[in-house]
Design a protein around this ligand. Structure first.
Ligand code: SAM
Length: 195
């Protein structure tokens, strides 16, 4: 079916707001509804691609919580957490690990306007020791209730919206495609237009 002009305009207006310098890395987040909710938030924020490491036996699946967002946010799978973090660091990302340990600092203390990756931990265990040792900073979202932790997708949304808030406040959230380089913009435009 030919691409209707209205559809193309919609694709372009969403792509114009995509950012390649803000992302999440999910470490063994396994439940389909959590992974789906994280990708849906990434789409809402304007994240181009998210990253993940899965246990070898687990093939990621999405459910209706995603609302199709997996089509618009590419999930890059890495063989292990070390490779994932090193590769993001190599691309210039500052890596913030989410952690409930004593070394973690209040997430509101940091500046997320530069290239930023939030590392999220598994539903049961949180972040691995290896991941914790590799991140640049450990951060937490302060809790005031009886339950010790948030759902992982809620934690990701809290952090990502803070990053977006900081960027919008100083006028650096993209509106006209400046969040991606030209090659990446054109490649993604083609992929989205002719899936
Ligand atoms: N028992 C686990 C622990 O001690 O880390 C709880 C894991 S929690 C349900 C799953 C993930 O959600 C965490 O690894 C983290 O990525 C995120 N998360 C949950 N609550 C958080 C908080 N208050 N601050 C930052 N991240 C949080």
């Amino acid at each position: 079916m030919p691409l209707l002009p209205r559809r193309f305009d919609r694709i372009k207006s969403v792509l114009n707001r995509r950012m390649s310098n803000l992302t999440v890395l999910a470490e063994e987040v396994e439940k389909p509804h959590n992974l789906s909710a994280i990708l849906r938030t990434c789409d809402a924020i304007g994240i181009l691609q998210a990253h993940a490491v899965f246990k070898q036996s687990k093939i990621p699946t999405f459910n209706s919580t995603a609302q199709g967002s997996q089509k618009w946010v590419k999930l890059v799978k890495h063989p292990n957490i070390e490779v994932a973090i090193k590769s993001l660091k190599g691309e210039g990302f500052k890596i913030y690990g989410t952690n409930l340990n004593e070394q973690a600092k209040d997430y509101r203390l940091f500046d997320y306007k530069g290239p930023t990756a939030f590392v999220l931990g598994a539903e049961k265990w949180g972040l691995s020791q290896l991941a914790t040792s590799l991140v640049d900073e450990s951060i937490f979202i302060p809790m005031r209730g009886m339950v010790q932790s948030l759902n992982v997708s809620v934690a990701s949304a809290t952090l990502l919206f803070e990053a977006l808030r900081q960027r919008e406040k100083v006028g650096i959230s993209p509106n006209s495609g400046e969040g991606l380089n030209t090659d990446l913009y054109n490649k993604t435009l083609f992929e989205w237009s002719y899936p």
